[in-house]
Design a protein around this ligand. Sequence first.
Ligand SMILES: *[C@@H]1O[C@H](CO)[C@@H](O)[C@H](O)[C@H]1NC(C)=O
Ligand SMILES: *[C@@H]1O[C@H](CO)[C@@H](O)[C@H](O)[C@H]1NC(C)=O
Ligand SMILES: *[C@@H]1O[C@H](CO)[C@@H](O)[C@H](O)[C@H]1NC(C)=O
Ligand SMILES: *[C@@H]1O[C@H](CO)[C@@H](O)[C@H](O)[C@H]1NC(C)=O
Ligand SMILES: *[C@@H]1O[C@H](CO)[C@@H](O)[C@H](O)[C@H]1NC(C)=O
Ligand SMILES: *[C@@H]1O[C@H](CO)[C@@H](O)[C@H](O)[C@H]1NC(C)=O
Length: 586
Amino acid sequence: MKAFSGFTMPLLLCLAFVLFYSGSGKVTQDAFNDLYYDASATTQCLAEPGITMYGGGIIVNPQFTYGTYGWTVSGQGEIAERVSRTNNGFMAAYNRKLPLDSFSQKVLLEKGEFYMFSAWVQVSEGSETVSAVFGTGGGEFVPGGSVVAEHGCWSLLKGGIAANSSGPVDLLFESKNTSKEIWVDNVSLQPFSKKQWRFHQDQSIEKVRKGKVRLQVTYPYSKAGVGGATVLIKQTKPDFAFGCGMNSHILKSTDYQNWFASRFKFTAFTNEMKWYSTEKKQGQENYTIADAMLKFAQDNKISIRGHTVFWDDPKYQTDWVKALSPKELQEAAERRINSIVSRYAGDVIAWDVVNENLHFSFLEDNLGKNASSIYFSKAYKLDPSARMFVNEFNTIEFGGDVKVSPWNLKKRLEGMLSYPGNEDIPAGIGVQGHFGPGQPNLAYMRSSLDILATTGAPIWLTEVSVEPGLYQAQYLEEVLREAYSHPAVEGIIIFAGPLPAGFSATALTDMNFNSTPAGDVVDKLIKEWKSDDLKARTDEGGFFGTSLLHGEYEITIIDPITNSSSTSIFEVTKDSSEKIFHIQME
Ligand SMILES: *[C@@H]1O[C@H](CO)[C@@H](O)[C@H](O)[C@H]1NC(C)=O
Ligand SMILES: *[C@@H]1O[C@H](CO)[C@@H](O)[C@H](O)[C@H]1NC(C)=O
Ligand SMILES: *[C@@H]1O[C@H](CO)[C@@H](O)[C@H](O)[C@H]1NC(C)=O
Ligand SMILES: *[C@@H]1O[C@H](CO)[C@@H](O)[C@H](O)[C@H]1NC(C)=O
Ligand SMILES: *[C@@H]1O[C@H](CO)[C@@H](O)[C@H](O)[C@H]1NC(C)=O
Ligand SMILES: *[C@@H]1O[C@H](CO)[C@@H](O)[C@H](O)[C@H]1NC(C)=O
């Protein structure tokens, strides 16, 4: 409990209440949630293959206990069962000619189900990216996840697929360097219906977003509880950061301002802090618009993610930046980071320091391969109160963009943090979350978040959008729920908004600020992720217990006899377990 305030009770009555908190507490395990967001997600390379998830699920002979039974050669290579020194049988693909030459198993997918995939993988020499793919026939391969596998130990390949039609598909493995053998063990493919999936999400939300609160109301100098006291609990601030990107239209439209301020407490400016916006011409910085948006946000107590100091995509450099020599670029970049980060230091909660520096390398190509690490360090020195983020797309959205796989993003961040002096920078992982118009692959998304979570850094979805399509609203809801239910996700910013402000891809309103179906989803979730006002009475022993979403609350206790009341504030956080609070009033 942080503080108590606003006591309205007359001095005559003495009333005390004690709050007992517990965080997640003990969660009943059932067959599903036992394996949900499993702690087995690891990026360590293990001497022996790790767990066969779900006993292998629908995979036949998942541990290669029966040799190669159930598996066939795919492509031109050869396959064989191998046995490790500890007598563990695994599968090897060798004499490979093409990346997809490996072994495969036909599995039957059912439309509408999500399939969690995992396997333990190594290669016969060095290290190499190995992917799981699902051949749907006709030469089409749907990516199901990838891992940078090493020789000498087993790495976890975790991913999944969303089946958008029913029928047989071939599970197989892919690796570009055909002179390396692919070794695999303990494979698993487990289907979940959408109903089960939602059940898992709700279970996880109970566990990771709520805390139990128990209080007892007593009078001072007496241990006896006060039964029948009225308890009023009102959430004053939700803990989970669910926000929305905003753009400069907000400065001109009171409708947009009202729409925004009545919904969100977190934001990022979609373009207005970018280098190409604030320094269109070299040496002529202009922060007029960003400053005005900052003021609007601050006036409305909206926290801001600073987006973005640099952007590593060469396509988005202004012409004058592109024309600079490396030495001139270095000077210009130095001025840029000093200018924007010190200008908004203390005003933003986070910085995207170098946007998309896994996909692209404009700075590294011109300034040396440590550029991102150096700017991470600079940004942090200029604004030590903000969290420093990497920010990439396709990491959770799409398994086929191997360059930005969760494994590679994790490695990129760790590389930057291992640069001398960067070890203690509070870092965050930004995953943009730009989804296409089709069924989002939530199995892959969850697996990716699991892998990213092994860094220990908080994950934010920073730019969520879903392209227009028949099921846009439903898919947006699925993505948002998936993120909210993941224990490592601490915030979500959607890059969406009213149509008059130009948000035509994921429009949340029409031209007259009437909610679209996607807008209704956002409003529904805002409401759901806040606690409703609660009114209850203490039991005979003076006790009352409930489970509350993390956040700040105001609690009022009304004496059953005199009607005198006392009000105080308290906080439920994921760390507030087993704390006992006393309130004494005279
Ligand atoms: C992995 O597979 C081996 C057989 O290849 C089996 O002996 C072992 O129990 C499996 N490990 C786990 C943790 O399931
Ligand atoms: C492919 O793997 C072999 C064996 O590890 C290695 O010698 C070779 O350099 C690799 N080729 C490429 C292009 O990485
Ligand atoms: C799902 O649909 C997409 C787009 O229509 C297609 O490319 C993909 O192969 C389908 N996936 C499966 C598993 O059928
Ligand atoms: C800075 O930008 C604002 C908003 O676009 C514009 O009105 C103003 O003229 C600019 N200032 C200069 C000095 O260019
Ligand atoms: C990058 O930083 C590392 C660690 O300080 C250093 O050893 C290396 O020489 C640097 N590389 C370049 C290209 O500056
Ligand atoms: C307390 O409030 C109730 C309901 O408003 C009322 O009936 C009762 O008379 C009040 N008691 C006192 C002591 O004011």
